[in-house]
Design a protein around this ligand. Structure first.
Ligand SMILES: [Zn+2]
Length: 594
C-alpha cells in the first residue's frame, strides 16, 4: 500500500521516519531531520525540506552521503550487495546486462573519476522521465562529467542524489507525475522533426518554414484538436493558434504560448514547454467538461530564434503588428527569400494577410508564458519553479580600437599602442563592473585582431559588447560606466576607437498582478518562492509592448544548459508547471465571475 501524506504528517516521528526509510542511501538522518518540519502541504514541500537539511549540513556529511553510494556497475552490483533501491535502479538502466567491453569501460571511468574527485560518480540513472537512461546516455554523461571541477561535481552528485530520492519518494507514495509525463512525451514526439542532415547526427534543428518546421506545425495543430481545443489553425506567418472557448461568446481571452522553432543543434524544451503546458491544461478542462469565463488562446510561435532569417520574434511580433515588410525580401543562406519560403509553405505571403494577425489588446486579459530557465539558478537552488520578475533590458555594440602596429621585438613596453590590450582591459573592467551589480551581465563575445601576426603589436582590435540588466536604468548606468572606461583606456593608451550601437531592447518587467498569480500558484503547490530576472529574451517581451505579461520558469537539468542538446528537464518539474498553470487559470476564473 502506498503511503499518503496525511499518514506521514500524523504518524509518530519514529514511524514516519520508517515510512521514509531508504530515500537517501544509508542516511536516514536526512528524512528524520526534515520530518521536524511537518506537516507538509505537498510532496514538493517534503522534497524541498530534505534538500534544505542536506544543504545546511555542511561539506563533510555531504561527502559521507556521496560515498555511501555504490559505484555504477561496480563491485557491489557484481557481488549483489546493493540496497534494494539501487538494484532496482541499476537494473532498470540495463547496467546489470553490460557487455564485457561496456563493463570494462565503466570500470575505467569509475577509477578515473574516483582518482580525480575522491568520491564515486553519482547519476540518477532513472533519468528525467523516471523510466531509465540508456547505457549510452549513462556512459556519455560519465565521460563528460569526469572533466568537471571537483567542487562542481560534488554539487552535481548531490543534485543527482536529490533526484534519486525524488523518484524513490514517488514510488513510496504511489505518485506518478501523469501530466508531466504526458508533456515530457509530447516533447520527445515533436523532436522527431528536424532539418535535413540533422537526424543522422542526432541533432535537433527546426528553422523557419523548413519541411521539419511545417511538420511540427501540422502536428501541433492536429494535437490541439485531438486534445479538445475548439479551433486550431496555422496562421499567415506559420504560428499554430489553438482556441478553447470561454463560457460565453463575448468572453475575453487569455493569451499564452511560446515558440516551436529551435536554434541549430538545440534542445527540445526551449519554447515548446510553453506550448505544451497550456495544452495539457486545456485537455484537463475538456475532460472535466469545464468552460472558464474567458477563452484560452495557445499560440505556438513559428519563429523566435532568428536562425534562418534575421527576423527574431517574427511569430510574436506578427501579433503585435511589428512585422517588418523588408523581411519578405530577405534571403536565407541558400538565397531563398522569406516570401518564397512562405509561398512554398502554402502561406499567402502578403502584407495584408500578415497585418491581419495583429491582435486587439482590449480583447485579452494578458499574456503568460512558461519556459525552461535556460540558466543554472534554479538547478543550483534545487527549486523546480521560479517566478520571473523582468526580462532584462539589453544593449549591444560593435566596436574597434585603433592603435599602432609595430615590431613586437623592438617596441619597448612603454611605447606601445596595443589595440588588443586596450580591449582586454575593457573586457576585465566590464566583467567586474557588471558583477558589482549582482544581476547585470556584460560579455565581449567576439574579439579579433584583423590580420594580426605573432611578431606584431596589434594595431587594430574589433570586438562586440553585450550588456544586460533587469531595468533600463540599471542597463544605462552600466553602459555609461563601461563606455566612460573605454574613453579613459583609449586616451591613457594613446589609441582611438569607433563604436556602433547595433541593438537596444527595453526591459519587460512582469505586470505585478500577473506575477502575483504565478507566486500564488507556486505557494499553493508548496514550492518555495524564488524570484529571478530572465537573462534571455522571450516572446513575452514582444507581447509586453501591448498587454500585461508575466513568465514562469522551470528548472533545467545539467546546470540549466540550453541551446544545446544536453538541455533537459524532469517530468516531475513539468508536472508542477502544469499544475501551476492550472492554478493560475483557476485564480483568473475566480476573479472574473460572470
Ligand atoms: Zn526560447
Amino acid at each position: 500500500m502506498p503511503i499518503t501524506l496525511d499518514q506521514l504528517n500524523a504518524a509518530p516521528l519514529a514511524e514516519a521516519a520508517q515510512m521514509l526509510d531508504g530515500l537517501y542511501e544509508h542516511s536516514p538522518w536526512i528524512a528524520e531531520a526534515a520530518l521536524q518540519q511537518r506537516p507538509f502541504a505537498s510532496l514538493a514541500a517534503l522534497k524541498h525540506a530534505m534538500v534544505r537539511v542536506l544543504n545546511e549540513a555542511g561539506v563533510e556529511p555531504q561527502l559521507a552521503l556521496i560515498r555511501a553510494h555504490p559505484e555504477l556497475a561496480g563491485k557491489a552490483m557484481v557481488s549483489k550487495a546493493l540496497t534494494a533501491e539501487s538494484t532496482n535502479e541499476q537494473t532498470k538502466a540495463g547496467l546489470t546486462h553490460c557487455t564485457p567491453e561496456e563493463f570494462a569501460h565503466i570500470q575505467r571511468l569509475n577509477a578515473d573519476y574516483n582518482a580525480k574527485h575522491g568520491f564515486p560518480f553519482i547519476l540518477a540513472v532513472r533519468g528525467p522521465r523516471g523510466t531509465g537512461l540508456t547505457k549510452a546516455e549513462i556512459i556519455a554523461t560519465f565521460q563528460r562529467r569526469l572533466h568537471n571541477p571537483v567542487d562542481f561535481e560534488r554539487a552535481e552528485c548531490l543534485r543527482n542524489i536529490h533526484r534519486i530520492a525524488e523518484i524513490r519518494l514517488n514510488d513510496k507514495f504511489g505518485f506518478e507525475p501523469v501530466l508531466g509525463n504526458a508533456v515530457w512525451d509530447w516533447h520527445e514526439d515533436l523532436a522527431r522533426h528536424t532539418d535535413p542532415g540533422c537526424a543522422e547526427l542526432g541533432q535537433l534543428t527546426v528553422t523557419y518554414l523548413t519541411d521539419a518546421h511545417r511538420a511540427c506545425a501540422a502536428q501541433l495543430q492536429r494535437q490541439m484538436l485531438a486534445l479538445g481545443f475548439d479551433e486550431a489553425h496555422i496562421d499567415a506567418v506559420g504560428n499554430v493558434v489553438g482556441r478553447y472557448h470561454g463560457n460565453s461568446p463575448g468572453a475575453p481571452s487569455l493569451l499564452t504560448g511560446s515558440h516551436y522553432d529551435t536554434v541549430r543543434n538545440g534542445g527540445q524544451y526551449d519554447g515548446r514547454l510553453g506550448i505544451f503546458v497550456p495544452m495539457a491544461c486545456v485537455q484537463q478542462l475538456k475532460l472535466a467538461g469545464r468552460r472558464l469565463p474567458f477563452a484560452i488562446e495557445v499560440v505556438g510561435f513559428a519563429e523566435e530564434e532568428g536562425q534562418r532569417y534575421k527576423a527574431t520574434f517574427l511569430g510574436s511580433g506578427a501579433l503585435t503588428g511589428h512585422f517588418n515588410p523588408a523581411w519578405l525580401d530577405q534571403q536565407d543562406a541558400d538565397g531563398v527569400t522569406m516570401r518564397a519560403a512562405m509561398q512554398h509553405a502554402g502561406l499567402p505571403a502578403t502584407l495584408e494577410a500578415i497585418g491581419s494577425l495583429r491582435r486587439d489588446p482590449a480583447k485579452y486579459l494578458g499574456f503568460v508564458e512558461v519556459h525552461i530557465e535556460q540558466g543554472p539558478v534554479l538547478n543550483e537552488l534545487d527549486l523546480p519553479l521560479g517566478i520571473v520578475t523582468s526580462i532584462n533590458a539589453s544593449v549591444r555594440y560593435l566596436g574597434e580600437v585603433i592603435g599602432m602596429a609595430s615590431h613586437a621585438g623592438t617596441t619597448p613596453m612603454d611605447r606601445r599602442r596595443d589595440a588588443a590590450c586596450a580591449v582586454a582591459e575593457l573586457a576585465l573592467y566590464a566583467e567586474q563592473r557588471a558583477a558589482a551589480d549582482g544581476d547585470s551581465v556584460a560579455t565581449i563575445g567576439m574579439l579579433q585582431v584583423p590580420n594580426g601576426s605573432i611578431n606584431v603589436v596589434p594595431g587594430r582590435c574589433s570586438y562586440s559588447l553585450d550588456l544586460r540588466a533587469p531595468s533600463d536604468a540599471q542597463r544605462d548606468a552600466l553602459a555609461e560606466d563601461v563606455l566612460a572606461k573605454l574613453g579613459d583606456i583609449c586616451s591613457r593608451r594613446g589609441v582611438r576607437h569607433t563604436l556602433e550601437e547595433t541593438m537596444r531592447a527595453a526591459a519587460a518587467p512582469s505586470a505585478p498582478a500577473w506575477q502575483a498569480r504565478w507566486e500564488a500558484a507556486a505557494a499553493a503547490l508548496g514550492v518555495p518562492l524564488h524570484r529571478l530576472p530572465s537573462g534571455a529574451g522571450h516572446d513575452a517581451m514582444k507581447l509586453h509592448e501591448v498587454m500585461p505579461q508575466a513568465m514562469l520558469f522551470v528548472r533545467g537539468q545539467n546546470s540549466g544548459i540550453s541551446h544545446n542538446p544536453l538541455e533537459s528537464s524532469t517530468s516531475d518539474d513539468m508536472d508542477l508547471c502544469v499544475r501551476a498553470f492550472a492554478h493560475l487559470l483557476g485564480q483568473l476564473a475566480a476573479e472574473h465571475p460572470n
